[in-house]
Design a protein around this ligand. Sequence first.
Ligand SMILES: [Zn+2]
Length: 89
Amino acid sequence: MEVAGITYKDTYFVKTPFAADISLHFHELVHVHQWSLLGAESFIKRYISEIQTYGYNGAPLEKMAYSLQDRFMDNCTPTDVLSYVQNHL
Ligand SMILES: [Zn+2]
């Protein structure tokens, strides 16, 4: 799967052409928090299962990250991201 960034536990990586894309950094930070709350094994199992079941665009962990990313880029909707993720896992 071609991606611009990927998260592993508390570290994320972005491809060089996307290094200045702040929305991508925000998106990956949401995944860092998901990893933290679920734990590595649970995150990986759930993420793979969701991708297989719903596809990348329909996977709930991805939809959550994109939804928060959109709010972040909107600038008009302050959001407690840590609580949001915790309440929507
Ligand atoms: Zn993602």
